[in-house]
Design a protein around this ligand. Structure first.
Ligand code: SF4
Length: 349
């Protein structure tokens, strides 16, 4: 008799738990588009992405940002999902990916803002460990001087730090930081973290025409990067339409000269001069997949069309365009879909 009661209670608890999970998914994660992908990346292979910032909250407002203008320039961010809600969303998404016969290489915290601003980052990483995937974080490094941020990042297996320049003037022009940030603190924080971190450390530098695309910048930067002794120093050019139209990659001739210099001067340098996000994969919900990715950056039209393999998806795509939810633009002779929104810029503390 007792066993029967226990079994009944267990079944009821299971049903409640399933219902709760369903509510969390329908109410929050899809609306916030927190979990996106999987997307194929050149650095990490197939990744499941996490973008847990409530809007594009970033401590920088980079001229080349592919996510559009920073809607809230801040050194603090509210997470969209709590750690447990995120855990459930990721669990469901991983099951869906598995059903589609795919295998994720990394769970990646990266998005339309700086994931290091998320106060729950270490808790989230600890919970997601259960799924057995490596965990990576791409941060803009602006708060790396803060001990709590360093501690949170220690939980990851792979950390990529943004280092576009070692010149303060260039930093101000290129990254347009929150006014309270101090450049010397950031550079010192990066050095400190590089010594402490036991996982795989990488840096990324975006080269922008007439801002940091000269030999002097690379010479200075190479001295700094070489001291960090990281696994790889990636150099990129913007491949998505930038926030500011002048923020384009160097002229081909300049890029050729710089590539040579970078190879000579920077230890473990890798030039990623082609799109990092190469493929778009639609799993069960084409619209959510697409809108999730578009909240981060424009998505190449050819890459989307490759996955519009049935009439439903084609209708969804056509409706999104017809209803002005997304639009098609051309950048660098490539067509992209972008979200049809123009967020307002505000500066908060
Ligand atoms: S490029 Fe990255 S660091 Fe710069 S504003 Fe955009 S999200 Fe922030």
């Amino acid at each position: 008799m007792n066993n029967q009661i226990i079994t009944r209670f267990k079944n009821i608890a299971k049903k409640i738990s399933v219902k709760l999970e369903e509510n969390i998914l329908s109410d929050k994660s899809l609306k916030c588009k927190v979990v996106y992908g999987p997307v194929k990346t050149r650095r990490l292979g197939l990744v499941l992405g996490i973008n847990n910032a409530q809007s594009k909250t970033c401590s920088y407002n980079c001229v080349y940002c592919p996510s559009g203008k920073t809607s809230c320039c801040s050194t603090f961010s509210n997470s969209c999902l709590s750690p447990y809600e995120l855990y459930i969303s990721v669990k469901n998404k991983l099951e869906e990916i598995k059903r589609n016969g795919q295998k994720v290489d990394y769970i990646l915290f990266a998005g339309s803002g700086d994931p290091a601003l998320d106060p729950n980052l270490s808790k989230e990483i600890s919970l997601l460990r259960e799924f057995g995937h490596k965990i990576a974080v791409y941060t803009n490094s602006s708060l790396i001087w803060n001990e709590n941020i360093q501690e949170n990042l220690m939980f990851a297996d792979y950390v990529s730090l943004k280092v576009d320049t070692v010149s303060e003037d260039t930093w101000l022009n290129l990254n347009r930081p929150h006014p309270r940030l101090r450049f010397d603190h950031i550079l010192n924080g990066i050095e400190q973290f590089a010594k402490r971190f036991r996982g795989t450390l990488a840096t990324e530098t975006t080269l922008i025409k007439d801002i940091n695309d000269n030999a002097d910048e690379i010479e200075q930067l190479s001295k700094y990067l070489n001291e960090l002794k990281c696994e790889a120093s990636y150099f990129l050019t913007p491949l998505f339409p930038p926030t500011k139209s002048f923020a384009v990659g160097p002229e081909p001739i300049v890029l050729e000269q710089l590539s040579q210099l970078i190879k000579e001067k920077v230890m473990n340098s890798v030039l990623l001069l082609e799109s990092e996000t190469e493929e778009f994969f639609a799993t069960d919900n084409f619209e959510d997949e697409l809108m999730g990715l578009l909240s981060l950056h424009p998505v190449a039209v050819d890459s989307v069309k490759q996955f519009v393999n049935n009439e439903d998806n084609l209708n969804t795509l056509n409706n999104l365009v017809a209803n002005n939810i997304i639009k098609e633009i051309t950048y660098s002779e490539r067509n992209f879909y972008v979200e049809n929104i123009e967020p307002n810029l505000s500066v908060a503390s």
